[in-house]
Structures are given as structure tokens and as C-alpha cells.
Design a protein around this ligand. Structure first.
Ligand code: FES
Length: 120
């Protein structure tokens, strides 16, 4: 991973199939954070891997963040469903509460996140 101001490269766009999700970890200011990203064409939506219900990671298995039809993010613990675009919980025990999204952008086929957003 490389730093560029408060942006950090997290992975290559080619490492995520279009419509799929991938989990990863970053270290910011000495603190490790679990994140996951969902590719949508040439964009990647990045979220902190912590369910707003009780704070557990959303997935039991590596890179398993989506429903079978790939249309929603799914928490494996109690089945909450979230929108891919903004991480809002639309069904389940945390309905109306969003995942924490981390600003990201794609440049030259590489995915970057705003590390400052992880320090808030
Ligand atoms: S911990 Fe995610 S729905 Fe309960």
C-alpha cells in the first residue's frame, strides 16, 4: 500500500470482479481497521466492516458480504440488509441506521480511500 496525502491505495480494481465484494484491512495511525469494498463498474463503495446493530463484522466467510442475488449487503449475524450505494440498513434489527462509508476513488485502475475518514 502507498500513501498519497490523506489517500491510501488499498487494492487494484482488477482484484474485485464487477458486482462482487472484497474484505481487506488497513492500518491508520497504528490502528488496524477491517473494511470491505463492493465494485460497481469502475467505482468501488467502501465501508467499515462493522454492523450498526452490535458492531460485529458483517461476514462469517472471507469476502461474503452480499446477498445471493448480489443486490444488497447482508450481515451474517442477524440478517440485516443494506443498500450497496449508501450502506443504509433497509431491513433487520438496525433498520434506518447506515454502515459507515469511507470516501474512495479509482485512479489509473487503483482504488484509494481517504484515510482521514478513518480517524474520525
Ligand atoms: S449484528 Fe448485524 S444484524 Fe445483528
Amino acid at each position: 500500500m502507498s500513501d498519497s496525502g490523506d489517500s491510501e491505495r488499498i487494492l487494484s480494481l482488477a482484484e474485485i470482479e464487477d458486482g462482487a465484494a472484497k474484505g481487506f484491512e488497513v492500518e491508520v495511525a497504528g490502528k488496524r481497521q477491517m473494511l470491505f469494498g463492493i465494485r460497481h463498474g469502475d467505482d468501488v463503495h467502501v465501508y467499515i466492516n462493522s454492523c450498526p446493530h452490535i458492531g460485529t463484522p458483517l461476514n462469517f466467510l472471507p469476502d461474503r458480504f452480499l446477498t445471493m442475488d448480489g443486490k444488497h449487503i447482508n450481515c451474517s449475524t442477524h440478517g440485516a440488509l443494506f443498500t450497496i450505494e449508501d450502506g443504509m440498513c433497509i431491513a433487520g434489527p438496525c433498520k434506518g441506521r447506515p454502515l459507515r462509508q469511507i470516501p474512495s476513488h479509482v485512479e489509473g485502475g487503483e482504488v484509494f480511500i481517504r484515510t482521514r475518514a478513518l480517524m474520525l
